[in-house]
Each structure stands twice: as C-alpha cells, then as structure tokens.
Design a protein around this ligand. Structure first.
Ligand SMILES: [Zn+2]
Length: 266
C-alpha cells in the first residue's frame, strides 16, 4: 500500500484545531471547498463523496422512499437531523434509506485501488437501518447506542483492512471511510462534553492507524464541517496530510489527484 485516504464524514476544521487533535491534523492541514447542494443549501455526503470519487462534480441525493410522514416521526427525526428538509405540506423526498447507486466510473474502480466501507462500494448502510428503527419504535438512547456500535465495528473493519493492505505491493491506494464524526455531530451537538470525548476517541483511532502504516502517505479528508449553533452541515471540508503536498482547491481536484496517484488519467 502506497497511499491511505481516510474519509472522515463531517470532520470539522475548527473543532480539529480547537481540540488540537494532533493525529487528525497530521503535519499539514486546511479547509477544502466542496459542492453545496442546491436543494438543501449545504453540502451533503452523497454529492460530495460522489464528486470526490469521480474527480468531477456529481449531483447526488440520498435515496428515500416516498411515504406519508407521521407527525411524531417527523418531529423526532427533525430533532436529530435538522438538515432534513421536511416541508410539511410540501413535496418531500421521503426518509433517508441509503446512499443511492453511483452509475459512473470512479478511481476506486481502478484495479490498483482498494476500499473499505466506502460510500457506493462496501458501505453497510447500518446507520440508515438504525435511523429507520429509531423512526419506528426505538428511543433516542437506543439509537445512540446502536450508532456507537457502528462506530466500533467500522473502526475495527478499517484497522483490519489496513493491516491486510499494508503489505500488498499491488495496492496503490486504500480508501477507508467512516460515517463519523458526522453522526457524532448530529447526535451530540447539544452536549459538547460528550461530543468532544468522541472526537478525542477518533483521534486515538487515527493514531492507531498512523502507527500501523509507518511511512505510507496518509491523507485525511472530510466532506463538510458542522455548524454547532444551527445543528447542520457547514460549507467546507477538512484535509490533512502526513507529508507536505499542494492541497487541491476543491474535493474534485483531490479526486483527480487520486487518478494521478493510481497512474490513470481522468
Ligand atoms: Zn450529516
């Protein structure tokens, strides 16, 4: 493995800096521009990750089922995911079910690239499953516990994949993705002590990964930040590297760079 790209959904530049998350910040860090969804007026994960993976702007939204929304469910969901535009009385797209299908080639499709838990590839959709259960009969505490379980499983999955690929000379890039800290942000943005302890835990996880990969080039990237006063996504992503490099101006440029790293043309 020559490069490890760690996608940390919703990693916020200011929080990483304020909490001085040394492992996540690595040796060089900054903000990176990302596409803003025309529908929601903020960056959304399907669109930003698709644009990163394709190296060009790709408009995407989460898939959802059209259904009649129950008011109780709406209020509950809106509290946890304030960015969901509910539009009572207006047309809604339904509840979030999963990442949609991406019918485009990406740099992850290249033979010398591997992925673990990537949106559009081996992402498990467990978070959406739990969101669905939460909407139906579970309480918020159960939901939070299930989400913490997903975090544990996904970080373990990444660690074992990194261990597997680190000695593989045919792997030029490993892309590993976590739907965190985004889920932490949404669930604990009104309880910053707990939220920040989750961030510290993530920094420990990143240290574990960095220790494993030694001299391998590691880039950490996020699809957006978080506005804690509004409880919704903020406009810029985060980027860091353990080696000095020229950061591309936006996430599409970073995607193009992945093609280059993999020895392919975009
Ligand atoms: Zn989010």
């Amino acid at each position: 493995m020559k490069k490890l790209i760690l996608g940390l959904d919703g990693m916020d530049f200011d929080v990483a800096l304020d909490l001085n998350l040394k492992n996540i910040l690595q040796v060089q860090f900054g903000r990176i521009a990302v596409p803003i969804s025309k529908i929601l007026g903020q960056p959304t994960s399907p669109e930003v990750w698709a644009s990163f993976l394709c190296g060009e702007h790709v408009k995407m939204i989460f898939t959802g089922r059209k259904r009649i929304w129950l008011l109780k469910y709406l209020v509950k969901l809106k509290r946890v995911f304030p960015f969901i535009s509910i539009g009572l009385g207006k047309k809604t797209t339904g509840r979030v079910v999963s990442f949609p299908k991406l019918n485009k080639e990406t740099w992850v499709d290249l033979p010398n690239v591997e992925e673990v838990n990537s949106p559009y590839y081996s992402y498990t959709n467990e978070i959406f499953e739990y969101s669905k259960q939460f909407s139906e009969d579970k309480n918020l505490d159960d939901f939070k516990n299930n989400i913490l379980g997903v975090y544990e499983r996904d970080t373990e999955r990444i660690i074992s994949e990194v261990k597997l690929e680190i000695t593989d000379p045919t792997c030029d890039i490993l892309f590993a993705y976590l739907h965190f800290p985004d889920m932490f942000n949404h669930l604990w943005f009104q309880d910053l002590d707990i939220l920040y302890s989750h961030y510290q835990k993530m920094d420990d996880f990143v240290k574990q990964v960095l220790d494993l990969v030694g001299d391998t080039h590691v880039i950490i990237v996020s699809d957006h930040g978080f506005d804690f006063s509004k409880g919704e996504h903020s406009d810029f992503g985060f980027i860091s590297s353990n080696k000095f490099m020229n950061f591309p101006k936006d996430i599409m440029g970073l995607g193009k760079l992945m093609y280059e790293y993999a020895g392919a043309n975009k």
